[in-house]
Design a protein around this ligand. Structure first.
Ligand code: SME
Length: 203
């Protein structure tokens, strides 16, 4: 006797009439909503950096995109952050003598800047030599501050430290008003430095 399989009812077809979401493109990562608080904006930046560094360990590529994100983050925030006029990186200069280490200009957003900074000089060189964040409310009161742009009034510099290598670079952010940065900037830029240190390959 031939048995026929029981009839299986066909699932009801659900027609989705809403259009598919637009594909996520890279430039979308730089869209910071103006309604975000500074901690929320930094969280978005950290999430975006993590996404952009996924399966990408080239330091030039990662620092370039990160400097763009930093620039757009500060642009999205109210003053004083909106007065940021330089955001980027200096990296360890491997042509420097070990007894006279130097930083060399890396990826950044903003105006043209000085190319070489000796460890121990200016805000950047002090952060590199001491391996500590320099939060400078008024650059005119910082001995040896290097004025790449005379309109800068405050600055924060965070060292990027890799275990076994030491300082591989620094994050540098400048602002055209005094007291441009606070502990929220310090805490989040230190998180960023820590993540970048681990997620990129350094020469
Ligand atoms: N002001 C820095 C120099 C770098 S620029 O700000 C981009 C310093 O004193 O080290």
């Amino acid at each position: 006797m031939v048995t026929t399989p029981p009839h299986s009812p066909q699932p009801t077809q659900v027609t989705n009439t809403s259009p598919p979401p637009p594909p996520k493109i890279h430039a979308d990562a730089t869209n910071f909503s103006p309604n975000l608080t500074k901690p929320e904006a930094y969280q978005q930046l950290l999430d975006e950096v993590e996404g952009l560094c996924y399966e990408q360990r080239n330091w030039v590529c990662n620092l370039s995109n990160t400097s763009s994100l930093l620039w757009h983050l500060y642009r999205s925030l109210p003053a004083p952050a909106s007065n940021v006029n330089w955001a980027g990186f200096y990296v360890y200069d491997h042509t420097s003598a070990p007894e006279n280490p130097r930083l060399i200009l890396g990826p950044f957003q903003g105006k043209v800047a000085c190319q070489i900074i000796n460890f121990g000089r200016g805000v950047c060189g002090t952060a590199a030599a001491t391996q500590t964040t320099q939060l400078v409310p008024n650059v005119e009161k910082f001995p040896g501050h290097i004025a790449c742009d005379s309109s800068s009034r405050s600055e924060i510099v965070v060292p990027i430290i890799v275990e076994g290598k030491g300082v591989v670079g620094i994050i540098d952010i400048d602002c055209t008003v005094e007291n441009g940065f606070d502990e929220v900037d310090k805490e989040n830029l230190e998180k960023l430095a820590d993540f970048i240190a681990k997620s990129s390959d350094w020469p």
